[in-house]
Design a protein. Structure first.
Length: 169
């Protein structure tokens, strides 16, 4: 069974934590990293979130990410292989199910990178959509309090709808 899922009120320290972590990452990764972005709910002012910093790292080729495993291990990140996500490389800081930071390596300007940035920016600019998304998250936490997979899976249709809407505008 998963650990209990919690959605906390927005915390302005999340942005500060990201800024510090970005500096740390830049010091430990090569110049092959093109961009480091704060993504996910903690990146959207006013949005409640699970207290985990999601960070997107853009590279030209995902094959180079293997050379980052050791440097990231030195700053307490663990590589987590996900065969179901071939277009992403994932690292976690903290215990399984209780991590504090998630790194998502994507092909810079690729579809997955663009969708992450588009979704974040759309929530930032559209308070009504932000409120809807927050309410969905609260409802799903009530329904799937100890089932992270179902919680995430049931957010996906809404996220895709928002991304499509954002692409149309």
């Amino acid at each position: 069974m998963d650990r209990k899922i919690t959605v906390e009120d927005y915390n302005s320290h999340w942005s500060e934590q990201f800024d510090k972590e970005k500096v740390n990452l830049k010091q430990n990764l090569t110049n092959e990293v093109i961009s480091i972005e704060h993504i996910g709910s903690t990146s959207v002012k006013g949005l409640g979130a699970k207290p985990i910093l999601d960070i997107a790292i853009g590279v030209n080729d995902l094959e180079i990410v293997s050379k980052f495993i050791e440097p990231l291990k030195q700053i307490r990140y663990e590589f987590v292989y996900h065969k179901e996500f071939p277009d992403r490389r994932f690292f976690r800081k903290g215990q399984w199910g209780a991590g504090t930071h998630h790194l998502h390596f994507y092909k810079f300007k690729g579809e997955h990178w663009n969708n992450q940035i588009l979704f974040r920016n759309y929530l930032r600019k559209n308070p009504d959509v932000l409120k809807e998304y927050y309410q969905l998250k609260v409802d799903l936490v009530e329904k799937y309090r100890f089932d992270r997979v179902s919680y995430t899976k049931n957010k996906a249709p809404y996220i895709q709808k928002v991304i499509l809407k954002a692409k149309e505008e």
